[in-house]
Structures are given as structure tokens and as C-alpha cells.
Design a protein around this ligand. Structure first.
Ligand SMILES: Cc1ncc(COP(=O)(O)O)c(C=O)c1O
Length: 355
């Protein structure tokens, strides 16, 4: 099948770029002796998780139990749930997974640790715990070494929990300019102090914006980038990759040219998501075949593009979305292409697994 035969809107992944991104991150982690435990929230596909593991990933990362259930099928040596799991039903599901898979759970409260321990005891299972530290995002994670020491002590006393180390997420570092590099420097001091004090087996952090600087963060020994597999308009704007590293785009069709200087394509907020750019830039995507075009507005199923180019009804336009992770979650299938050929298609297996 060729790309021209695909119905639209369709999520397209250029396999050459995907393979380069996967291999590049694996080689970087290997070179610097870092464990790679990629966050699967970006691709949500068992097929890609398997490729990451085949390239040497030490495990996989997910946010929710539903994603963990899906990704367990890829048989990761270690599966990390890097999101506070709260609620008896969710914990019972994690405990079931822990019977089959070596599970790590990141948490930042005594309540979460106690409830996880109780669920594991009931299921006669065991899990590793990464105690979460806040290093500047102010989202989850305890603040300071004293609070972390108290949490570690709680985890170490609870049955069926093994304290495996520390997790953090440097999501506050969104650029690699002078300020961003200074933030990485200060992050390194914070992480090194925690690693020196607690001597954890695992110190897990690392995001796509910071990935190439991970080896400069002293004490860090595991990275969890997610977005790097596909990249997106944000990744390019913040300087973590170039346009040629963007593997994913959405193929759309021009359905109206009725307004002069404007085309309407067959995808809007239900195709791309409404996520804005993190650096405040306008628009909802980039159009490599028409760089000066502005994808400036969306309704649910309509994308409004201001352009000087004379696109015709039925023309296909490929658009690189602002934020690929949320866009992927809106699609059922992904089409892997090489040139004009659609070589494979895979399901977005963990799509909508929000619980
Ligand atoms: C806890 C956690 N770890 C890792 C990641 C992956 O980061 P990125 O999307 O920058 O690759 C995320 C992203 O949201 C995250 O929330």
C-alpha cells in the first residue's frame, strides 16, 4: 500500500527516523552507563516497547495501571509506574501485575506506601519502590533530604516493599538555552547530594528536553525519556532535536478552499489535541511542505490553515503536531512508512488507558 491510499486523518511514522531515534537513545545510554527505561506514554504501543527492549532498554515506564497491564505484554525486565497510584482497585491491579513482572512504583507519601504494601500482602506479591523527590517542577515528590529520609524509612519498614531508589522528573527544564543549562547544573547538585546521602540502587530521572545532558547529572543512573521516539514541534522549538528528527506527523486532506488564503483540513482538536506550544509560539502544528503556512485555529474536525500556496481540494497535507504524546492517544492506529510505502501498521494499545 502507498501513503496515497491511506484514508485521513492518519497518524504516520517515518520508520527510518523512528529507528534512528530509538537507536540513538539506546547508544547514548549505553555509552554513558545509564539504564534506559523509556516512558511509553508517547507511543502507547507494545510493538515499539518491544523494539526499545530489543535495543537494550532495562525496562519500561508507564503512568497508570491500565498502561502497565498493556505494557506487561512486552515482557520488560522491570516495569516502572512513575505516577502516584492511589485507590484500592488500582493497587489490586498493580499487585496482580507484580506477580508476573518485576514492578517498581514511584510514590511520594506514607499513605501511598502503606496502601501499596497492603495490596501486595493481600496478593502475596512484592514490588520495588522509588521514593519521589521534587527537584523543581513542584508537581509530585517530597521536598528536601529530610522528608525523603522519612519516606524511605517508612518504605523500608513496610512488608512486601523493597526500597529500590529515588525518582524525580525534571519537567521544569524546558529549554536548552543558557538558563536551561544552568538549571541542569543546579539539578546535578541536588541529585548528587541525594545520591551521596542515600546510596540508592536506582536514581531515575531524565526527560526528552534534557536527555543529551543526562550524563552530566551526577548520581543519575537511569533515564526515562518518552517523547524522543517521535519528537514534535515542541521538541524542535526547545532545541532537543531538529525537524528531521520528527518521525510522526498527521496526514490530512484539504476538504475546503472556499475562503481565499485559507484551506480547511480534515483534522481539528479531535485529531491533534488542543495543546499549545510550551514556549508560547502560536499555532497547532508545523507544515514541512509549506513552512510559512499558519495552522492557527481548530474546531473539533476542522483545521484552519492560512496559506499563500494554492492547495486544491483533495490534496494531502502532512502536519507535525505541537505535542505528539496527546495526539497519539487520539488515534487507533499508526502507519509506519518508508518513502511512499506503508510498510506496517500497529495499534495504539494503551490508548485511553487513563485508570
Ligand atoms: C514521570 C515522567 N517521567 C518521564 C517522562 C518523559 O518525559 P518526556 O516526555 O520529556 O520524554 C514524563 C513525561 O511526562 C513523566 O511525567
Amino acid at each position: 500500500m502507498t501513503i496515497h491510499e491511506l484514508d485521513t486523518p492518519a497518524l504516520i511514522v517515518e520508520l527510518d527516523i523512528l529507528e534512528r531515534n530509538l537507536a540513538g537513545m539506546a547508544a547514548y545510554a549505553d555509552k554513558h552507563g545509564l539504564r534506559l527505561r523509556p516512558h511509553t506514554k508517547t507511543h502507547k504501543s507494545v510493538a515499539i516497547a518491544r523494539r526499545q527492549l530489543a535495543l537494550g532498554a532495562a525496562g519500561l515506564t508507564v503512568a497508570k495501571p491500565g498502561e502497565a497491564e498493556v505494557m506487561a505484554a512486552a515482557e520488560p525486565p522491570e516495569l516502572l509506574v512513575a505516577y502516584p497510584t492511589i485507590g484500592a482497585r488500582k493497587l489490586a491491579r498493580l499487585a496482580e501485575i507484580a506477580k508476573r513482572t518485576r514492578l517498581n512504583v514511584a510514590l511520594d507519601s506514607m499513605e501511598a506506601a502503606q496502601a501499596l504494601s497492603a495490596a501486595l500482602v493481600a496478593a502475596k506479591a512484592e514490588a520495588g519502590v522509588l521514593t519521589e523527590a521534587d527537584v523543581g517542577l513542584h508537581r509530585v515528590g517530597v521536598t528536601g533530604a529530610h522528608a525523603l529520609a522519612q519516606l524511605i524509612e517508612v518504605v523500608q519498614r513496610l512488608p512486601n516493599l523493597v526500597w529500590d531508589g529515588i525518582a524525580f522528573y525534571p519537567g521544569h527544564i524546558k529549554s536548552l538555552d543558557e538558563d536551561g543549562l544552568a538549571q541542569i547544573e543546579s539539578l546535578s547538585e541536588t541529585v548528587a547530594a541525594l545520591a551521596d546521602r542515600f546510596l540508592p540502587r536506582i536514581v531515575s530521572g531524565g526527560s526528552t528536553p534534557t536527555w543529551a545532558h543526562s550524563h552530566r547529572i551526577r548520581g543519575l543512573n537511569e533515564i526515562r525519556p518518552g517523547t524522543y521516539v517521535f519528537n514534535d514541534r515542541n521538541s524542535v522549538h526547545i532545541g532537543s532535536c531538529e525537524w528531521e528528527d520528527c518521525a510522526a506527523s498527521i496526514l490530512t486532506t484539504v476538504v475546503s478552499t472556499a475562503q481565499p488564503g485559507q484551506v480547511i483540513v480534515d483534522g481539528g482538536s479531535k485529531t491533534f489535541s488542543s495543546d499549545r506550544m510550551v514556549d508560547g509560539a502560536s499555532g497547532f502544528g508545523a507544515i514541512p511542505e509549506d513552512w510559512s503556512a499558519e495552522f492557527h485555529k481548530m474546531n473539533e474536525e476542522h483545521g484552519f490553515i492560512k496559506t499563500e500556496r494554492r492547495w486544491r481540494i483533495g490534496d494531502r497535507i502532512r502536519i507535525i503536531p505541537n505535542h505528539i504524546c496527546v495526539a497519539v492517544n487520539l488515534h487507533e492506529r499508526v502507519f509506519g512508512v518508508r518513502g511512499e510505502t506503508v510498510e506496517e501498521a500497529w495499534g495504539v494499545d494503551a490508548r485511553g488507558k487513563l485508570q
